[in-house]
Design a protein around this ligand. Structure first.
Ligand code: NAD
Length: 331
C-alpha cells in the first residue's frame, strides 16, 4: 500500500523505516500537518497516516474519498480529532494504535509529578550556577499521599501500579472499574469523592463530550487546597481559564501538563523565534509551580517501535481484507 504520512518528524521517519521489514508498503513522509490545503498531497496514495493534532473533518474526508482513499491509520491512541460519522459516510475506515507502551505515558506523568514536587528542575539550574543553597527547594513525599486517578484504562492502570510502588493510597474513578486494580488495592469512588479526597490527581480518561472540561470551576472548588494536578491525557479535559484562576488563589499547589487545550497551534513546532500569541499558555508559563511539556509523554524508543509496528500491521490487515482489530467507529 502507498502510505502518505502527515506531521512527520525525524523520529517518526526513523522509526517507520527501521520497522518496515516484512511489510510491503511504500512510504511518503510529509512534514506538514493534514489540513484543507495539504490534503491534496494524499492523492495517489492508498492510505493516510496522521497524528494527534491533524484534525480530520468532513472537508478532508470528502477529499480523501475523492482520491479513492479508504483507510486512515492513526499513529496514536486518541481519535477525538477524527469526525467518525463523516468517515463512515464517505466509506473511510479508521484504525489506531490503542496501546503503545502505556508505561511510557504513565512514567512521564510521574516524571512531571516528581519534578514538580521535588523541584529538581530548579535544583538543576541552581547547581549549574554553583548555587548549592537549598532555600525554597522543600518538597513533598508521595509515600502516604492519596492519589486520585481519573480513568483506569491501559495508561491509568500503569500509573496506579507505579503509585502503588511509592506507597500511596490510590482512589480512582472510571465508568468501568477494573477488578485487576481493585485487587491491587485501588478504591473506586464517584468522581466528586475522588476529587475531594485526593492530594494528587492524575487524568487518564479520553477526551469525549462528557469529559470535556472535567476540571472546571465547580470540580476545582471540591479539591483540597494545594492539590497537585497532572494531565497527560488531552488538553481540553481541563478548563484552562478556571485552572489559571485556581493557580492564582493557590487552590492548585502544582500543575503538570503534557497536553494543552489549544496545543494544535503550538506543540510539535520550534517557535523559539516567534512571539507566542496564545495568552493562556503564556500566563501558565509565568507560574513557578507549573511544568509544561509539549505532548512528549509517548516519546520513548519502545513506544515509537510499537506505534510503527502496529500501524503497519493495521494497514496490512486492511490490505488483506482481514478483521480490523484496532478499528474505531462512531458508537
Ligand atoms: P484506554 O481507552 O485504555 O482507557 C481510557 C479509560 O478511561 C477507560 O477505562 C474508560 O472507561 C475511561 N473513561 C472513559 N470515559 C470516562 C469518564 N467520563 N470518566 C472516567 N473514566 C472514563 O486509553 P489509554 O490508552 O489509557 O489512554 C488514555 C488517554 O491518554 C487517551 O485517550 C489519550 O487521550 C491520552 N494519551 C496521551 C498520550 C501523550 O503522549 N500525552 C499518549 C497516549 C494517550
Amino acid at each position: 500500500m502507498k502510505i502518505a504520512f502527515f506531521s512527520t518528524k525525524s523520529y517518526d521517519r526513523e522509526s517507520f523505516l527501521n520497522h518496515r521489514e516484512g511489510f510491503n508498503h511504500e512510504f511518503s513522509f510529509f512534514e506538514v500537518g493534514l489540513d484543507h490545503k495539504t490534503v491534496a498531497l494524499a492523492e495517489g496514495h492508498d492510505v493516510i497516516c496522521s497524528f494527534v493534532n491533524d484534525p480530520v473533518d468532513e472537508f478532508i474526508l470528502k477529499k480523501l474519498a475523492q482520491f479513492g482513499i479508504k483507510l486512515i491509520a492513526l499513529r496514536c491512541a486518541g481519535f477525538n480529532q477524527v469526525n467518525l460519522e463523516a468517515a463512515a459516510k464517505h466509506g473511510i475506515r479508521v484504525v489506531r494504535v490503542p496501546a503503545y507502551s502505556p508505561e511510557a505515558v504513565a512514567e512521564h506523568a510521574f516524571a512531571i509529578l516528581l519534578t514538580l514536587i521535588r523541584k529538581t528542575h530548579k535544583a538543576f539550574n541552581r547547581v549549574r550556577e554553583n548555587n548549592f543553597s537549598l532555600e525554597g527547594l522543600t518538597g513533598l513525599n508521595i509515600h502516604g499521599k492519596t492519589i486520585g486517578v481519573i480513568g483506569t484504562g491501559a495508561i491509568g492502570k500503569a500509573f496506579c501500579r507505579i503509585a502503588k510502588g511509592f506507597g500511596a493510597k490510590i482512589l480512582a474513578h472510571d465508568l468501568y472499574p477494573s477488578e485487576e486494580m481493585v485487587a491491587l488495592g485501588v478504591t473506586y469512588l464517584p468522581l466528586q469523592k475522588v476529587i475531594e479526597q485526593s492530594q494528587i490527581i492524575s487524568l487518564h480518561c479520553p477526551l469525549t463530550p462528557e469529559t470535556r472540561h472535567l476540571i472546571n470551576s465547580k470540580t476545582l472548588s471540591y479539591m483540597q487546597k494545594g492539590v497537585v494536578l497532572i494531565n497527560t491525557s488531552r488538553g481540553a479535559l481541563i478548563d484552562t481559564k478556571a485552572t489559571i484562576k485556581a493557580l492564582k488563589t493557590k487552590k492548585i499547589g502544582f500543575l503538570g501538563i503534557d497536553v494543552y487545550e489549544q496545543e494544535e497551534h503550538i506543540f510539535f513546532k520550534n517557535l523559539s523565534e516567534e512571539i507566542l500569541e496564545d495568552e493562556q499558555i503564556s500566563r501558565l508559563m509565568t507560574f513557578p509551580n507549573v511544568l509544561i511539556t509539549g505532548h512528549q509523554a509517548f516519546l520513548t524508543h519502545e513506544a515509537l517501535a510499537q506505534i510503527a509496528t502496529t500501524t503497519l500491521e493495521n494497514i496490512t490487515a486492511f490490505e488483506k481484507g482481514e478483521i480490523l482489530q484496532n478499528e474505531v467507529k462512531k458508537v
